[in-house]
Design a binder for this molecule. Structure first.
Ligand SMILES: *Cc1c(COP(=O)(O)O)cnc(C)c1O
Length: 366
């Protein structure tokens, strides 16, 4: 069926590669000639096991995941892991201390959740606004913390780390929900990485957890069994029914990433796309302004204001863009302004269409 031509700049759930949707459509009613849909299949069947194992295999290949890491697929979203991480890891040391770097909405929520299970230390002076990654020289890390937590791309504020923190040997945990597989990553630097699929690698319902094996088994006794990484890893993510269809879609997206050159190619495109938008902001003489420090500007979620937050003009921008088929450009309700999400599935050509619109819009207001 023909789709209305829409360019989706939404922050998540977000655009999925059209080739993936077409493949899913083709297979929906009759998966590989089996006479049933993935939606109807037993998760214990050999056909579904193959779907799940293939997704894991592809992920390991794309990210070069070392052998001593488990890959698990869980429900509960990124937010589920705000609890999962402390429940599984804060008991690594008896003190139950955890260090958090708080650079935006998502890491703030994670820190708040962790407070239920132990002592949380925010490692840097509190920020008055989420517009940068505080310089690591200002961090006071606790050497006896169970782990150091950060979110490498804050989806709401558009703040992205351009480095991996040095924790002096303390286990490093990262929420990569909104830039997962947007660039290569050295997994061996992390104790645990998690990412909800609906931003960059599929649809809502599944969250990937990559965790170093030796960290398993210190789970707090009150941890719900479905969030117990050791139990889930020991059962190939099938302690209970996994989010079968979401895993299937994720598998198709992983295949698409692999066939399109992997994380190196994704990084190159994401650099190019985000530069198209940031260049216009930089050359707009203040008409457009990105509140985020140059060094911490996200390649995935570009946040911007028009004429220092002229809300009427920002609304006009969003409305006019929407009439041209460019949707979901409104900033998160907590920060306002404009947000352009440029996940892997968004093309350079689509980004260029928006860039051209931004130029025209600016011209029309002068
Ligand atoms: C969206 C998002 C989350 C929350 O994901 P849910 O699946 O809605 O729980 C957490 N962290 C980051 C960085 C996100 O972008």
């Amino acid at each position: 069926m023909e789709r209305k031509q829409t360019i989706n700049f939404g922050a998540g759930p977000a655009k999925i590669p059209p080739a993936v949707l077409l493949e899913a459509q083709k297979e929906l009613v009759n998966y590989k000639g089996l006479g049933m849909s993935v939606l109807e299949m037993s998760h214990r069947s050999s056909d579904f096991t193959k779907i799940l194992n293939t997704a894991e295999y592809l992920l390991r290949e794309i990210l070069n995941v070392p052998e001593n890491y488990k890959v698990i697929f869980l429900q509960g979203g990124g937010s589920g892991q705000f609890s999962g991480v402390p429940l599984n890891l804060i008991g690594l040391k008896e003190d139950r201390h955890a260090d958090y770097v708080v650079t935006g909405t998502w890491s703030a929520k994670a820190a708040k959740e962790a407070e239920k299970y132990g002592k949380v230390n925010i490692v840097h002076p509190k920020l008055d606004s989420y517009t940068k990654v505080p310089d690591p020289s200002s961090w006071e890390l606790n050497p006896s913390a169970s782990y150091v937590y950060y979110c490498c791309n804050e989806t709401v504020h558009g703040v992205e780390f351009n480095f991996i923190p040095d924790t002096k040997g303390v286990v490093l945990v990262c929420d990569m929900s909104s830039n997962f597989l947007s660039r290569p990553v050295d997994v061996s630097k992390f104790g645990l990485i998690f990412a909800g699929a609906q931003k960059n690698i599929g649809c809502a319902g599944v969250t990937v957890v990559i965790v170093r094996e030796d960290l398993l088994g210190k789970v707090l006794k009150e941890c719900p069994v479905v969030l117990d990484y050791k139990v889930q890893a020991g059962n190939n993510s099938m302690y209970n029914t996994p989010p079968c269809f979401s895993i299937y879609i994720m598998g198709l997206v992983l295949e698409w990433i692999k066939n399109n050159g992997g994380t190196d190619a994704m990084e190159k495109l994401n650099r190019e796309k985000s530069s198209l938008i940031y260049d216009i902001i930089n050359e707009s003489n203040g008409f457009y302004r990105c509140p985020v420090d140059v060094k911490s500007r996200s390649r995935m979620n570009v946040t911007l204001r028009i004429k220092h937050g002229d809300e009427a003009l920002e609304k006009k921008f969003v409305d006019e863009a929407s009439k041209l088929g460019m949707i979901s450009l409104k900033g998160h309700r907590s920060v306002g302004g404009i947000r352009v999400s440029l996940y892997n599935a968004v093309t350079v050509e689509e980004t260029r269409t928006l860039a051209d619109f931004m130029k025209q819009f600016m011209k029309a207001q002068n």
